[in-house]
Structures are given as structure tokens and as C-alpha cells.
Ligand binder design. Structure first.
Ligand code: ZN
Length: 285
């Protein structure tokens, strides 16, 4: 009897050890990882909802997760610039995979001002880290996840491959659905956002962001007046804000223009539903 118990215990432990411990930076990655890795992986999330991946600092308990991790799936968000090195020091054996590998990045949109100092500011242009707002980029992300998982766990290649193909098909369907929703929207329509996180989405669907934030900060009263004037000229009907940032200036603009404030975050864990929701809101502008 004891022998059987021990055998069961060993089998149980082996199956626990067999799971790959992974860490991701942001919520949408949970869906991407789960879609490919299924029950073969554990996933731990670094930037919990409501926090900004531009400025995040991990908690001590999260450093413990790092110590147990097999793979860290980075996606190119800002806090990784500082923290990936520290994570690697904490766990030398942990593999770091950059899921944005192979994705063509574009510059982060910022509000353009018609003044002479503008050329001075252009020197500080950063690349836009919000790659996952374009479903086509997520196809590349999915393939990168697949590759990393078979590198570490070749025995389950067929399982991962089947999941990858299913997820790629879902992404194709999502892209078609968004295009259909936006089919009556005039090409190059502008949608007003506080934080310009939707650049890749805008590019994919022939839209343009109209950002309120200036170089990562809320606009000053003088800038605000300028933005309001321009929004009036363009007949903007809504402003999109996200819960990770203060929407004080967005509310001022909305009140001034008598338009809606719509809260939507690129960090939503409901990745595909969220993109559909944004497309619908833009199509109804
Ligand atoms: Zn952002």
C-alpha cells in the first residue's frame, strides 16, 4: 500500500515539475500564452491590471516567482528595460524571450505643435511598444511563443502546433471581423485618445490617433486650448481614455466639446473582445 502511495506521489510530482513556469509582463499576453501552451504551462503576470507597464516596479513576491521561472516572455514594454537585467541576476537559468522579435516597430505618436521648438523635440522620439493592438502582430507573437515552447519541450510539439494553428485562425477571423465593423468608416478617420497606445491598430485599419498626452504627460492649459480647437475643427465625437492614466484633461476636453469619454485599455485581459469594442466605438463616432 505504501509503495503505491509513493509511486502516486512520484507521478504527481513529476507531472508538476513537467509544467513550464512562465512569466509575462502584461495581461493580453496571458491569452496568447494560454492559447499555445494550454495546460502544459503555468503563467504568472507581472504588471497587474490598473498599473502602467511604462513605470511598473515588481513586488518582492514577484521576484520569488522569477526565481522559479523557466521562461520570461518579454514584449518590449518600458519597465522591462530596467527590470529584465535584475530578473536575469535573480535567475541565471531563466530564458528570456522577446515576443516582439520580427515585428516592425513604429514611432510613438505624439501631439504635434506648430512651433519652432518642434524639431528639437523630434530627437526624443521613442518607438511604440503597444504592438499587440494589431492582430497581425500577434500572429508573429504566437509563432515566437510556439518556438520558445518547443525549444524547451520538444516532446509536446504536436500539442503546441495544433494550438498555434487554431489561434492563428482565430486571429484571422478577428481581423476580418474588425474590418467589417469599420467598413463604413471613412479611411484615415481620427479618433481621440489620451495615451497614444493604439498606433498599430490605427495603421492596420486605416485610422489615425489624435493623442492628448504630450511626451507622456498631461497637456498644459495652453496646449489644451490648442487641442480643443483642433478637435472642434475635425468634428471629433469621442475621447478614449484608459484606467491606468488620469483622465482629468480628457474630461476637460470632453466637457468643452460636449463629447463622450470612453474608457478602454490596451491592457485589457480580454484582448480580442477589447479590440472589437474599440472598433465598434470608432465606427459609431
Ligand atoms: Zn502605454
Amino acid at each position: 500500500m505504501l509503495k503505491i502511495k509513493i509511486i502516486i506521489l512520484i507521478i504527481f510530482q513529476v507531472s508538476l515539475i513537467a509544467k513550464i513556469n512562465t512569466i509575462v509582463s502584461i495581461s493580453p499576453q496571458l491569452i496568447f500564452l494560454k492559447s499555445i501552451g494550454g495546460d502544459k504551462i503555468n503563467i504568472s503576470l507581472m504588471v497587474k491590471p490598473g498599473n502602467s507597464p511604462h513605470t511598473y516596479s515588481p513586488k518582492p513576491s514577484q521576484m520569488k516567482d522569477i526565481a522559479k521561472a523557466n521562461i520570461y516572455f518579454a514584449i518590449g514594454v518600458e519597465f522591462e528595460d530596467i527590470w529584465l537585467k535584475k530578473f536575469k541576476n535573480q535567475n541565471h537559468k531563466m530564458k528570456v524571450v522577446d515576443l516582439s522579435n520580427g515585428i516592425q516597430k513604429v514611432a510613438m505618436a505624439s501631439h504635434h505643435h506648430h512651433n519652432d521648438k518642434h524639431s528639437e523635440k523630434e530627437k526624443h522620439i521613442k518607438t511604440d511598444p503597444h504592438i499587440w493592438t494589431n492582430p497581425m502582430n500577434v500572429k508573429i507573437v504566437a509563432k515566437n511563443i510556439y518556438q520558445a515552447l518547443i525549444d524547451i519541450d520538444i516532446q509536446n510539439k504536436d500539442f503546441y502546433k495544433k494550438n498555434l494553428n487554431k489561434f492563428l485562425q482565430e486571429i484571422t477571423d478577428l481581423d476580418k471581423k474588425i474590418k467589417k465593423i469599420l467598413s463604413k468608416t471613412v479611411p484615415n478617420s481620427r479618433f481621440m485618445v489620451f495615451h497614444p497606445a493604439w498606433g498599430y491598430f490605427a495603421k492596420q485599419y486605416n485610422l489615425k490617433q489624435f493623442p492628448v498626452e504630450i511626451e507622456g504627460k498631461s497637456p498644459k492649459p495652453k496646449d489644451l486650448a490648442y487641442i480643443i480647437r483642433e478637435a472642434k475643427e475635425e468634428n471629433i465625437k469621442a475621447i478614449f481614455t484608459q484606467p491606468e492614466f488620469s483622465d482629468k484633461s480628457a474630461n476637460i476636453i470632453a466637457k468643452e466639446l460636449n463629447i463622450k469619454v470612453i474608457k478602454t485599455s490596451p491592457l485589457s485581459p480580454n484582448w480580442s473582445k477589447n479590440l472589437i469594442r474599440l472598433a465598434k466605438a470608432i465606427s459609431e463616432q
